[in-house]
Design a protein around this ligand. Structure first.
Ligand SMILES: *Cc1c(COP(=O)(O)O)cnc(C)c1O
Length: 866
């Protein structure tokens, strides 16, 4: 006897949906997976299958009384015969009995009146057919598969309050079984078993079905009844995501959830798993996994109740359209006992189930979800009429419900300020926070919700409310899975490790710049035909070797102070002044005078300077910096457009500026806008360029349009490199619309950030309250960006680069400020110790340039690798 006590047999339940059972190759996968899982868990395997794709809809049409049902039955029979042939089976031998039942049902006297029991029996035929075909095929492949009728094992329950319809066509089933039941089930001789999803035994001995999503629920029920080790739902998507991937391509695969979160996500949006399927597994404590039949190597979504699955944070954001709000104003009746009972009774009478509720002293507003209700205009009209007896009624539709799901929502509210701000721009009809602390829902007009989710999803990540750095919970992005991610190159410093280790000196932190990387970026930009002139914004990194290299690569230099101007002429002997651009902000008059004296091109961004310093600007050629009325970029502090920003002349004052310039006989030959740093979208650039083109046309004397800098680089591991192709395509389009202007750019960061690393030495490793910190001999004095902008920089242990980064550390500096932190919970080798060389990546821009001697710590050293 292989299984001495059948009631103690270990089981794995695998479920495969319609698309997974409609192709021969997929059945090979099913057979292969069943065998592999059995071996892996030393368990017997029960496979639960759906009907062939489309079959249930076809059967439903017959059950609903289509015309000429026999033609539909014949088509279904043929479909299954064809598939039998594809599987290399003798269709007659395998299907004859089953098809006879199908034909008999169509010819049954009940077909005329279509009673519910007949409908259920008819609907059940799809799964009976597919499982029969599958079992026969798998046996021909040498697998010992037994077939069982799910109706012999799943019993429908008749619940109180249930309609006759749902007692037959959307049944709930018994979830507990005794050892005798399990022993009987295990007594089926074949080691692998195949059965049907969706179908169960009605109390009267006939057939019942579980309704939509029923196959998932069947698998979960079998999992609970058998006390299975796990239930795997194999489907045609990789699992649950942090948002609908079709709407938010950056949505993350959720690799670990607890039952309650998964339940909320399934209920509020994700169509991957039917919400009903979770209950049986949750109650029986059976882990559930969602996996992709076509991509079996992906981790999928594992749902259980272990600690790993209960990380606090927003896990998903979803949108449900078609929500109907019913707003009820009352005058004075609200406090009366029984008022709400009366109101809700009206909804019950009209068969409507309420989703969300908001209330105030004089108003009660409820939402109706069309997925749970038949909310026709008829029903709403009758409901309104009925309610009008108690209160003033207003129906608001169509609305969208936007829901954030995640454990510990209350403790996250302070991180949601960007999200609140986004909703602040829309009309929010209702906000609801569930008392189980899992769900926060905003109801707004459906039209306002369009396009909002990608923005909100990004904000949730940016604010830390969605903890995507937690690799236990957040898997790859949809775009990555779909193969639509642009690859990143290996950073140069990996190949230069030995040289860098030799350069590192304890107590003397050091920046190292890699000139070949600077040149590579410069050449990538130089190859863009739409751009005529390229200036390097030297404030990012004014190291003389970098300036010389970029001038050699045919870049001009952009300066923002007189000291920078003097520096470039010193650093690059023989630099032609017409390659130098001066774009200061609130500089003193003397700096403008000096810039003109040096023959640099000068940019001005206000009228006041023209009025107060006429002699400085009289007869000069000038560039005008405008503020297009909005700022963009990776952080508030680098957005350099918008009324709140100190940069740029408002577009509305251009006329005034031109008049003042004309009075001084000054010519405006360039038009400049720099909106901010780290601007990601190609569309944004296109529109800036387009807007400037329009303004240039009106000014008339413009020769050059300068769209500024701000090209981003991928600081985080999973950031994508900037899409230069999409960017240049957009510029080329606008360029051809305004062929009379030269187009200029002035990137800083893009050219130099990735070329630089900061080398530091670990000073101390300290554990406190469960947090491990590694200290370095440099901090915010050497690299200010993390403290100033919350900027992310990768931190690596160069000494132990070969060791797995298997422990989490907060990486901190030696400065007496609580903000002196490079990064929290960074993965580094567990053995990280005093004396190790730590490398901070992508610090070539705004690194040394912003370094300071706070705490009287010396400035870091600088080194160049040619
Ligand atoms: C800083 C600055 C730039 C460069 O910005 P990056 O984000 O480094 O590309 C370009 N133009 C002006 C006017 C700037 O002030």
């Amino acid at each position: 006897m292989p299984f001495p006590d059948p009631s103690q047999t270990r089981w794995i339940v695998l479920k495969f949906g319609g698309t997974s059972v409609s192709q021969r190759a997929r059945w090979d996968t099913i057979g292969h997976l069943a065998q592999a899982r059995g071996r892996q868990h030393d368990a017997r395997v029960l496979v639960v299958v759906s009907a062939l794709a489309g079959t249930t809809n076809a059967l439903q049409a017959i059950a609903d009384g289509v015309e000429d049902p026999s033609a539909h039955v014949a088509a279904l029979a043929q479909r299954h015969r064809d598939f039998a042939a594809e599987l290399g089976l003798d269709a007659d031998a395998v299907l004859q009995e089953r098809l006879a039942v199908l034909h008999a049902l169509a010819a049954d006297v009940r077909a005329a009146t279509r009673p519910l029991d007949w409908q259920a029996e008819l609907l059940a035929q799809g799964e009976l057919l597919s499982s029969t075909l599958g079992a026969a095929y798998l046996r021909t492949q040498g697998l010992e598969f037994g077939w069982c009728d799910a109706r012999d094992w799943l019993d429908a329950l008749a619940l109180p309050n249930q309609s006759e319809w749902s007692r037959r066509l959307s049944v709930a089933c018994r979830r507990e079984a005794d050892d005798a039941w399990r022993a009987r089930f295990a007594a089926q001789p074949a080691p692998l078993l195949l059965t049907q999803g969706f179908i169960a035994r009605h109390g009267d001995g006939g057939t019942a079905v579980l309704g939509r999503g029923g196959s998932d629920t069947s698998a979960a029920l079998f999992g609970a009844l058998l006390r299975a080790r796990r239930v795997e739902i194999w489907t045609d998507v990789p699992g649950m995501f942090s948002a609908n991937p079709r709407e938010v391509p950056d949505a993350r695969l959720l690799t670990r959830l607890d039952y309650a979160e998964a339940q909320e996500i399934a209920t509020t949006g994700a169509k991957v798993l039917h919400p009903r399927a979770l209950g049986p597994c949750r109650d029986a404590g059976v882990p559930l996994a969602i996996l992709d039949t076509a991509r079996p190597d992906l981790p999928g979504t594992a749902i259980d109740s272990t600690a790993a699955a209960t990380v606090p944070g927003v896990k998903a954001i979803s949108r449900r359209n078609g929500i109907v709000l019913v707003s009820m104003e009352t005058v004075g009746m609200w406090q009366q006992v029984g008022f709400l009972a009366e109101v809700f009774e009206r909804f019950r009478v009209h068969g409507l189930s309420i989703d969300l509720i908001g209330s105030s002293e004089t108003n009660v507003t409820v939402s109706l979800d069309p997925n749970d209700n038949l909310v026709s205009t008829d029903v709403l009209a009758r409901l309104s009429e009925d309610l009008a007896r108690f209160c003033r009624v207003k129906v608001i539709a169509p609305c969208a419900a936007i829901t954030l799901v995640g454990r510990g929502m209350r403790s996250l509210l302070h991180k949601l300020s960007d999200v609140w701000a986004a909703f602040g721009r829309e009309r929010v009809h209702l906000i609801s926070q569930s008392s189980n602390d899992l769900n926060l829902t905003f109801v707004i007009d459906e039209a306002d919700a369009e396009g909002l989710l990608p923005q909100l999803h990004a904000q949730l990540i940016g604010s830390g409310a969605m903890p995507v750095r937690n690799v236990e919970v957040f898997g790859p992005r949809w775009r990555e899975i779909a193969g639509a991610l642009r690859p990143r190159e290996t950073p140069w410093w990996r190949a230069e490790r030995e040289r860098l280790l030799a350069l590192a000196t304890p107590g003397a932190p050091r920046y190292v710049y890699h000139l070949p990387t600077v040149r590579a970026r410069a050449r990538a930009l130089a190859a863009i035909e739409a751009v005529d002139r390229r200036y390097y914004a030297i404030k990012a990194n004014p190291h003389p070797a970098i300036l010389a290299a970029l001038v050699e690569e045919d870049f001009g230099l952009e300066c923002v102070s007189l000291a920078e101007l003097r520096h470039v002429f010193d650093a690059v002997p023989g630099l032609a002044p017409d390659r130098v651009l001066f774009t200061p902000s609130f500089a003193p008059r003397a700096e403008y005078d000096a810039a003109f004296a040096l023959d640099a091109t000068v940019t001005l961004d206000n009228v006041e300077a023209l009025q107060r310093w006429p002699e400085t600007f009289r007869g000069r050629a000038l560039w005008l910096r405008v503020d297009l009325g909005r700022g963009e970029g990776h952080h508030e502090k680098v957005r350099t457009g918008g009324l709140a920003s100190k940069f740029g002349l408002p577009v509305a004052r251009i006329e005034e500026f031109l008049t003042a310039a004309r009075a001084l006989d000054a010519r405006v030959t360039g038009l400049h806008a720099h909106l901010g740093s780290g601007v990601e979208t190609a569309q944004h650039w296109r529109s800036v360029c387009d807007e400037l083109g329009g303004i240039a046309e009106r000014i008339g004397s413009i020769e050059t349009i300068d769209i500024g800098g701000g090209l981003p680089i991928p600081y985080q591991d999973d950031d994508e490199p900037f899409d230069l192709d999409a960017w240049s395509a957009g510029l080329a389009e606008v360029r051809s619309a305004y062929p009379n202007y030269r187009l200029a750019i002035e990137p800083g960061r893009y050219l130099v950030a990735e070329s630089g690393v900061l080398l530091m030495t670990a000073t101390q490793v300290v554990e406190k309250g469960g947090i491990r910190r590694v200290g370095a001999d440099a901090g915010m004095n050497a690299l200010l960006r993390p403290a100033l902008y919350d900027a992310y920089h990768g931190v690596h242990n160069l000494t132990r680069l070969e060791e797995a980064a298997d422990a989490a550390f907060d990486v901190v500096g030696p400065i007496c400020e609580s903000g002196d932190v490079f990064g929290k919970q960074r993965r580094l080798p567990a053995a990280t110790a005093e004396g190790d060389v730590l490398l901070v990546a992508d610090t070539g821009a705004y690194g040394f340039a912003m370094a300071n001697t706070y705490n009287l710590r010396a400035l870091p050293a600088e080194e160049v690798l040619a």
